[in-house]
Design a binder for this molecule. Structure first.
Ligand code: ATP
Ligand code: MG
Length: 392
């Protein structure tokens, strides 16, 4: 029996004339993610992509697992390929769905006939096949409202397909369809989640990370690199910029009032991220901030940070509780890495009494008392680039 994977689009299906562009990106992304699993043929029709394995030894379970993490896919299922012939459809349904139907109590048949030349109409297919399955699996009853199993028959261009499970996909839009943005990636819990959430909206992520040796260790950087690698499961390839930040932090400590340390540091992070974004072609910044979580994330503090930003700053975690962020971090498997206990540069020189409602003019005055420009340039020049791609 020949089995394939059917991939159904979500929002993308509504994109009108642009749909083809989205579809091409999705197919490219699927091809990349299936690398190493064997050869496949990918074809598309009617808001569905067909993944047909071309090698004998391909494990469809592995394919399905990867497909489940690709954005732009609303639902997917394994399906059995049949001739466009009712006898073949019946025979294969009994065989292919035997286990699942044996374990169920109620079912119904749903038919979709996009090939109108097929001699039976959809209600006829449902009634005939339903009757045959009832005879063959007499413990079953039909429940049209809330069946445990929906046996779906799709009559399409070249073949008919049967399946009985629709698995929810990762949703969103294909990564790359919304352009590129720069994620400020710390080793914490929130920023990897923020990156995941923007990738879900089709944004291709690049990442920037600030290190302050010797205050921060190599292991802290390694942890962030591991997070980056994990994010590639959902985000695809990531260009990772590591910025030497020690001199800037020391200059803040030596020249600015302690209560403003964090906000000034955040403004300088944003400035550097924007300069790298220009070179990298990123159109926005992304952070893991959430309103009220810490002193530097009050609305007043965020306003002071945003005042230096020339491109939009996306903060997808802004309205989430920590527990919700953690739930997502667990789902995308970044949580265990995030909670490893290495120092982040943010925790170096943390003020004892940060100002919760800083005023922009006070911050600007404090920051302007020292010329950070040469240090900013030096940090940008000293930035190291590493690339992470799906599969390591
Ligand atoms: P996270 O869990 O993402 O670290 P957080 O709640 O600990 O967030 P902060 O440490 O105050 O909050 O950082 C706020 C945001 O600033 C982070 O979400 C991240 O986007 C950015 N950020 C903080 N530290 C760094 C760093 N060392 N490198 C890059 N970005 C950073
Ligand atoms: Mg942090």
């Amino acid at each position: 029996m020949k089995e394939i994977i059917l991939v159904k689009y979500g929002e993308m299906a509504l994109k009108g004339l642009n749909k083809k562009t989205f579809e091409d990106i999705l197919i490219k992304n699927i091809k990349r993610r299936l690398k190493g699993l064997g050869h496949f043929q990918l074809t598309s029709a009617q808001s569905t992509t067909y993944i047909t394995p071309l090698d004998e030894d391909i494990e469809l379970e592995d394919v399905a697992e990867r497909v489940g993490k690709i954005f732009g896919i609303a639902a997917y299922c394994r399906a059995c390929v049949c001739e466009k012939d009712f006898a073949d459809i019946t025979e294969k349904s009994i065989d292919y769905l035997s286990e699942i139907l044996t374990g169920a109590k109620t079912f119904k048949v749903a038919a979709k006939r996009s090939d109108k030349a097929f001699p039976m109409k959809s209600p006829e297919i449902c009634a005939e096949l339903g009757g045959i399955l009832l005879e063959r699996f007499p413990h079953l009853t039909v429940d049209v409202k809330e069946p445990e199993i929906v046996v779906t028959v799709e009559i399409r261009d070249t073949n008919a397909y049967i399946h009985a499970e629709n698995i929810k996909g990762a949703g969103g839009l294909p990564v790359g369809s919304s352009g590129k943005a720069m994620l400020l990636l710390s080793g914490g819990i929130d920023s990897p989640v923020a990156g995941y959430m923007m990738a879900k909206r089709g944004v291709h992520i690049s990442a920037v990370h600030y290190v302050s040796p010797p205050y921060t260790s190599d292991r802290a950087q390694l942890k962030v690199e591991q997070l980056c690698q994990k994010l590639t499961d959902y985000c695809g390839g990531i260009a990772f910029y590591c910025v030497p930040f020690t001199e800037i932090q020391e200059a803040i400590k030596d020249n600015c009032p302690e209560e403003f340390f964090t906000v000034i540091m955040r403004r300088l992070m944003m400035e550097i991220a924007q300069r790298i974004s220009e070179k990298e072609g990123c159109l926005a910044l992304i952070t893991g901030e959430s309103v009220g979580q810490v002193a530097s994330q009050t609305m007043a503090a965020i306003a002071c940070t945003d005042a230096v930003c020339r491109i939009p700053v996306f903060r997808p975690c802004v309205g989430m509780d920590k527990t919700e962020i953690i739930e997502t971090a667990r789902k995308i498997d970044t949580f265990d890495t995030s909670v490893l206990p290495y120092e982040d540069c943010c925790t170096v020189f943390t003020p004892r009494h940060p100002k919760v409602r800083p005023r922009l003019e006070d911050i600007e005055k404090a920051q302007n008392s020292f010329d950070f420009e040469p240090l900013i340039q030096k940090a940008v020049e000293g930035t190291e680039l590493k690339t992470f791609s799906f599969g390591g």
